[in-house]
Design a protein around this ligand. Structure first.
Ligand SMILES: [Zn+2]
Length: 251
């Protein structure tokens, strides 16, 4: 692969990094990341991955942009209200970087379609940018089954958490959280609120993990749950381990 002059300039700050160089940048341009959820977490993840030159970005979301989204979902703008979030997201990404091919799935990820979506472009890495437990367990179980690495995240009020699953290298989401809580047992962001920058910070960490995984650099958050508290401005890593009898990844 030969970079155009524009690409050499666009990615020069990556290329200058010893661990990335032209080889690493080529790898990013050939890589495919699926982002499930084009909201608070998915917005910064998609924008940084697009800026980084990830060659293919898949966006899954059935919803339409509403004005209450704009407080944190920075991939969407006022002019996008009422558009499908995947359309608005695709337009923003293409304005930012035309090297990126955006594939849109305007639908809920469900048990019936998630395997097909992940296999559609044989994505290298999945980002769980959803806001409900059912989706998180669904994504976990599908990624474990298909041996796909993924980044989990959750955010509420002033706090967030994230961990990375890599097949064979650490616990899955279900090892740590067992089963979804009963429906409505845990109030969502719609009820309790969320500081807009929280998904910005956590979604950006998810993008970082995806890039590190693709480039095989540094230490991923495998076996480690990163817990962030914005009020105390505290980042804590909690060690988490695989469960032998995990109904998702156990033998
Ligand atoms: Zn497990």
């Amino acid at each position: 692969m030969k970079f155009t002059l524009e690409q050499s300039e666009r990615y020069s700050r990556h290329i200058n990094l010893r661990e990335i160089g032209t080889k690493g940048q080529e790898k990013l341009l050939e890589s495919k990341i699926l982002i499930i959820g084009a909201g608070g977490l998915g917005s910064p993840a998609a924008m940084y991955l697009a800026a980084a030159g990830i060659g293919t970005i898949g966006l899954v979301d059935p919803d339409f942009v509403e004005i209450s989204n704009l407080q944190r979902q920075i991939i969407h703008a006022y002019k996008d209200i009422s558009k499908p979030k995947v359309t608005s997201g695709k337009e923003t990404i293409q304005d930012l970087n035309h090297d990126v091919n955006v594939v849109t799935y305007q639908e809920w990820a469900t048990l019936d379609n998630i395997t097909d979506i992940i296999k559609d472009r044989d994505y290298d890495f999945v980002i769980d940018a959803t806001d409900n437990f059912a989706a998180k367990f669904l994504i976990n179980d599908a990624c474990v089954r298909l041996k796909k690495p993924f980044s989990h995240a959750g955010v509420v009020e002033y706090a967030g958490q994230t961990m990375t699953y890599v097949p064979g290298e650490g616990p899955c989401y279900r090892c740590v959280f067992l089963d979804p809580p009963p429906r409505d047992a845990v109030p969502g962001n719609q009820e309790v609120g969320i500081l807009g920058v929280i998904p910005g910070i956590i979604g950006t960490i998810q993008a970082t993990e995806g890039i590190k995984y693709l480039l095989n650099i540094g230490e991923l958050l495998t076996g480690k749950l990163l817990v962030f508290d914005a009020l105390e401005m505290d980042f804590r890593k909690v060690k988490v381990t695989s469960r032998e009898n995990c109904s998702s990844c156990g033998i």
